[in-house]
Design a protein around this ligand. Structure first.
Ligand SMILES: [Zn+2]
Length: 275
């Protein structure tokens, strides 16, 4: 599943290719995505110039004069930049026709989304899908105090509190396991029980984990821009604990444990991670 670093890498990949370009056409081949694609969207953006390409959480925001397209890549989505005459692949559900190229949304499982937010409807960040999101993990607003404030009095397990995305956004299942291992925090620790000292470690571990994933993305950026059409592959995160049940802990060599929290797999070291 594309996580925040993949979405940010996609954004960085397509931004220089589409911003400032005038859209010739927007064509939907399969409107039945997670939510139906609004049939009037094409007429709202046709012949308009792309003003910006932003990201909030895992949503890409393509800005036009009339408003924004909100794009989510779902479970299996990717965006691909291709020459104007490139062949469309199976599962290419939407395309943005630019003067000399095309941008294609490829999504075999169709859990992705393309929504429209009219400028007249108010500020984009107040959209119902965006307004409740926590702070960006790679932004300057994210500090140990953010975690301290957000988790105060919460009895929810820290792993689940991270996945909620209400305090800090985009720390997905793999990243949460990895960050908690780095910070030496047991995934079942009640979020509100963590001291500011331990939350400082967690903050540092989250930033480090997300930044490393983003750096890995930078090196595979060409996958997203592959003109010959192979959809972008997602990053191979060099996990220390995630998916490593039974393997020796990188620190203490005892076997990594697996458990299920809120129906999601968690990997951790019983010795190195304390409540
Ligand atoms: Zn260990």
């Amino acid at each position: 599943m594309p996580e925040l670093p993949e979405v940010e890498t996609t954004r960085r990949g397509i931004e220089p290719l589409i911003v400032g370009q005038r859209l010739d056409d927007f064509i939907v081949h399969q409107p039945r995505l997670r939510w139906p694609v609004c049939p009037q969207m094409a007429t709202r953006i046709q012949h308009q110039t792309v003003h910006s390409c932003l990201r909030r959480g895992k949503y890409l925001l393509i800005e036009f004069e009339a408003g924004y397209q909100i794009i989510h890549l779902g479970m299996s989505g990717s965006l691909r930049h291709a020459p104007a005459d490139a062949e469309r692949l199976k599962h290419d559900h939407a395309e943005w026709r630019l003067p000399n190229a095309r941008l294609l949304l490829h999504d075999p499982r169709r859990f992705g989304a393309i929504l429209w937010h009219d400028r007249a409807a108010g500020p984009i960040l107040e959209h119902p899908l965006l307004h409740h999101l926590g702070v960006e993990p790679l932004g300057t607003e994210f500090t140990p105090r953010t975690l301290h404030q957000g988790f105060k009095n919460r009895r929810l397990a820290i792993k689940n509190a991270l996945l909620e995305g209400k305090t800090v956004v985009g720390v997905g299942n793999i990243y949460a396991s990895e960050a908690l291992f780095k910070a030496g925090i047991h995934p079942e620790t009640p979020a509100g029980a963590l001291s500011l000292y331990r939350l400082r470690k967690l903050h540092e571990a989250i930033v480090d984990t997300m930044q490393k994933a983003l750096d890995a993305g930078g090196t595979t950026l060409q996958d997203y821009l592959d003109a010959t059409g192979a959809p972008g592959a997602y990053f191979d995160l060099h996990a220390q604990v995630y998916g490593k049940e039974g393997a020796p802990c990188p620190r203490c060599k005892r076997p990594i444990q697996r458990m299920v929290q809120n129906q999601r797999a968690t990997f951790y070291c019983r010795r190195c991670q304390r409540r």
